[in-house]
Structures are given as structure tokens and as C-alpha cells.
Design a protein around this ligand. Structure first.
Ligand code: TMP
Length: 238
């Protein structure tokens, strides 16, 4: 596989063409941002660490029969991935009340609901990425009811596998965001990273936040904490 020209650059990733039409290389940047790009920083080594964590997690999901776009790690900060038709919605899975849900519903962070919560968000930054429901998603032609059912089924399976993996690392999976795509044969594929940039992860003993809230809320030690997550996963998976 040869890595060719840059196809796309976003706030935290670059996507490169390869000599194979159905493969791209995704590179993780050290740049980080929050609140629609209002708060920005460059965190040394973040690209390498989030790539490392996401590669371990996606490999674990692949091995557990969950279809992901991840094929293999390329260097320190890259992943060789399948090309998929991206679906512009985010699924947010919540095991513990935190973040925007706590704010929107006036609840304390840390409450554990009886059921797992699945939010659907439309990826339209010009509209502020609004929360939508299944009927909106079907009405605007994003995906069918059958695909939605499959997407929630996969999201629940991913949640179970993540909880199981992070439990062994002494970490609670509070919530996370995932996006999906369609492979050439139409099957749904997880096409996203899973790292402390896109998950809330709390230390089981101390409750310490081990995720991007350290950056959002100026808690300090962002890189060191991400490193700690990577190290614990390496220890679990070695
Ligand atoms: P929220 O509390 O802001 O809704 O976020 C829930 C989880 O989803 C949290 O782990 C952060 C993650 N997330 C992203 O990674 N990207 C996003 O655009 C959003 C809205 C959430």
C-alpha cells in the first residue's frame, strides 16, 4: 500500500488517498478543539496516543465480530481504513448521565440511569449539530428504519464490548460518540475513532476524568491522562 495525496483535512484528522481505491489512511493530529472550534490547542503526542488507543479498541471490536473500517495501524499516528459511504449522524451512547444530557435535563452528572440512552445527532455544524430522532433521520433521507435498527443494535454491542474492555482497565465508560458508514455491499460499518477524545472515561476508584473533559474544563494533565488510558489498555490486551 502506498500513501498518496491528502484528500481531506479536518480539525483533528487528515485523510490520505492510497493506491487502492477502497482504502484510505487516516492520520490523527495533535490539534484539539472544543465548543465548535472556539477553544483550540495543540497537545504534543496526542495524535499518536489517540491513534494508539483507537487502534487497540477497533482491533478488539473487529475481533469480536463488530464490523469497523479499521484494517491496520500505519506508523505512529495513522490507520489504514476501508472506504465507506459516510452517514452524517452521530450516535451518542450514555451509561452515566454527564455532559450535555445533564445540562439539557437539569440532572446531576454521575447519575446511573436504569437503561442505556441512545441519542441521535445530525452532523450539521451550521445548525449547531441538532439532536434529532429516528423519524427525522428517515424523513430527511439519511437512513432507513431497518438501518436505524441495525445501527442501534451495533451501538449496543459496541457499548457492551467497551464496558467489558475498560472494566479490566479500571475505567467506567460514561458515554461515547460513534459514526457509521455503508460498505460497498450496503452493510453498516463503524467508521470512527474511539478514544478519550470521543468517550467520557472515569477512573473506577477515584472518579478522575480520563478524557477530553480535561481539556474542555481546564483540568490539566491532558496528555499524561491519555497516556495512562493507553498504558492500561496495553496491559489488559497484551
Ligand atoms: P455530550 O455530553 O457533549 O453530548 O457528549 C457525549 C459524548 O460524545 C462525550 O463523550 C463526547 C462525545 N462527543 C464527541 O466526541 N463529538 C461530538 O461532536 C459530540 C456532540 C459528542
Amino acid at each position: 500500500m502506498r500513501e498518496l495525496e491528502l484528500l481531506y483535512e479536518g480539525k483533528s484528522k487528515q485523510i490520505y488517498k492510497t493506491d487502492s481505491d477502497d482504502r484510505v489512511v487516516i492520520r490523527f493530529k495533535d490539534d484539539t478543539s472544543a465548543f465548535y472550534g472556539i477553544k483550540r490547542a495543540n497537545i504534543e503526542q496526542k495524535g499518536r496516543i489517540t491513534c494508539d488507543i483507537s487502534s487497540m479498541v477497533l482491533e478488539y471490536l473487529n475481533a469480536n465480530n463488530i464490523n469497523t473500517h479499521f484494517i491496520e495501524r500505519v506508523g505512529d499516528d495513522g490507520q489504514l481504513c476501508r472506504v465507506v459511504e459516510h452517514i452524517p449522524v452521530e450516535v451518542i451512547v450514555r451509561n452515566v448521565v454527564a455532559g450535555s444530557m445533564a445540562k439539557r435535563l437539569g440532572m446531576d452528572e454521575g447519575i446511573i440511569p436504569e437503561n442505556t440512552i441512545f441519542d441521535l445527532v445530525l452532523r450539521r455544524s451550521d445548525l449547531g449539530d441538532p439532536l434529532i430522532n429516528d423519524h427525522h433521520a428517515v424523513a430527511i433521507g439519511l437512513l432507513s428504519y431497518d438501518e436505524l435498527a441495525k445501527m442501534y443494535e451495533m451501538s449496543a454491542a459496541i457499548n457492551n464490548r467497551l464496558i467489558e474492555l475498560y472494566e479490566k482497565a479500571g475505567i467506567t465508560v460514561v458515554d461515547f460518540k460513534i459514526e457509521f458508514g455503508r460498505a460497498a455491499d450496503g452493510t453498516l460499518v463503524l467508521a470512527d475513532e474511539l478514544s478519550p477524545d470521543t468517550c467520557r472515561l472515569w477512573d473506577k476508584e477515584t472518579g478522575e476524568r480520563m478524557d477530553k473533559d480535561r481539556f474542555r474544563r481546564d483540568l490539566g494533565r491532558v496528555r499524561e491522562t491519555y497516556e495512562e488510558v493507553a498504558q492500561r489498555l496495553h496491559n489488559v490486551l497484551k
